[in-house]
Design a binder for this molecule. Structure first.
Ligand SMILES: [Fe+2]
Ligand SMILES: [Fe+2]
Length: 377
């Protein structure tokens, strides 16, 4: 499990008292990075295949709403999957559209902060890796838009909701990437937080979303690994490189913690999403897993997490940590982060610049359709 990738540390050990874990441990930590996550994804993939042989009997075609609801509840209770052909409560459908669309928008907007460094990557190899990663994010957006479309909304409507600002994307992408080390910090922390959030979604009750998440998570584990590797080189490099890496981690740590959303006590939507098995763990549970996962990794990176109160709590068998600034999170969500305007302006411009491609594709599709009609039977 990703939260326990490295096992609990020795009791009484904390980040401050134990800076020199042996190198064998560091290597093991690096090797384990991603494997625990991928193990979870593989188990979810096997569960998905099993759920495909659905055992809950189908509702009759002329069933009334109560019978349809009972059937829906039975599928969820049996941990099987709701598919596009199935009846589903309107609220479930709308909740999924909102969640999957916001997720898709985040993947697309998330290309910008790192795309910023493609032309300035420090080597050809780094450039190739970063290009592949940013292209993966475009692919994630496309899988997710396709999953949302199975719920009866069009791609045009989804894109319109992003460019008009009616739907949001993850607030994390409203922070700037100031140095090359930010590419490492984004990969390690932002993609890392994304995986912790998304691995449970591989078991979500809506089949198309769960299937999209399997592939997304496999690719995200590569993203986290590449960010970790960038920081590992810098963290063990010259004093200047290490300082640059530390500065990036200092700036990205708390925004990454905020990616899990407001504390459970203030979280809207959560209870219903849990009941529908769209969401499997609370915001605070996932945030704790992420913190526990990062502490040992930070040691291996030769970097520290910017939290003087980070301490192993032997009773809870988890780290105590300082909460992110949720007022800042709300400010960024409401449009007042460092890069909100820039991100949206860039996205709108890209959408406008792509108009001719959409028009050409539509004209070509219309021509193909009329050619087919013209063929004599
Ligand atoms: Fe992604
Ligand atoms: Fe990613």
């Amino acid at each position: 499990m990703y939260g326990n990738d490295f096992g609990p540390p020795d009791e009484g050990v904390d980040q401050v008292k134990d800076p020199d874990r042996d190198t064998a441990h560091a290597d093991a930590a690096a090797a384990a990075l991603g494997e625990g996550l991928l193990g979870e994804v593989a188990a979810a993939e096997a569960a998905l295949a099993e759920a495909a042989g659905r055992t809950v009997g189908r509702a009759a075609a002329d069933a009334d709403e109560a019978a349809l609801q009972a059937y829906f509840d039975a599928v969820i209770a049996a941990d099987q999957k709701i598919e596009p052909r199935d009846w589903m409560p309107e609220k479930y459908r709308r909740t999924l559209i909102r969640q999957i669309a916001q997720h898709a928008h985040s993947e697309i907007i998330g290309m910008q902060p790192e795309g910023n460094w493609i032309s300035r990557a420090p080597s050809l190899q780094r450039k190739a890796i970063l290009l592949a990663k940013v292209q993966d994010e475009a692919g994630h957006g496309l899988y997710l838009y396709a999953a949302a479309e199975t719920l009866g909304i069009t791609r045009e409507e989804l894109v319109e909701m992003l460019v008009s600002g009616r739907q949001k994307y993850s607030s994390i992408f409203n922070y700037p990437t100031l140095t090359w080390a930010d590419v490492g910090a984004v990969g390690w922390l932002v993609d890392g937080a994304a995986i912790v959030n998304q691995v449970p979604l591989c078991r979500c009750s809506y089949g198309p979303y769960a299937r999209a998440m399997i592939r997304v998570c496999k690719e995200e584990s590569f993203h986290q690994r590449q960010g970790y590797e960038v920081l590992h080189v810098l963290g063990h490099g010259t004093p200047g490189q290490r300082a640059m890496a530390q500065d990036a981690v200092d700036r990205w740590w708390y925004p990454s913690l905020a990616m899990f959303g407001p504390p459970d006590a203030d979280s809207t939507h959560s209870a219903q999403s849990m009941a529908w098995k769209i969401k499997r763990f609370s915001n605070d549970e996932l945030r704790q897993r992420f913190v526990d996962m990062c502490v040992d990794q930070a040691r291996s990176l030769n970097l520290t997490l910017p939290d003087p109160d980070l301490r192993w709590n032997a009773q809870r068998r988890a780290y105590d940590y300082t909460q992110p600034d949720y007022d800042e999170l709300m400010r960024v969500i409401s449009g007042d982060g460092p890069c909100n305007r820039q991100r949206m302006a860039f996205r709108r411009q890209a959408h406008a610049d792509g108009a001719w491609v959409r028009e050409a594709a539509a004209a070509y599709a219309a021509k193909r359709a009329s050619d087919r009609e013209a063929v004599p039977a």
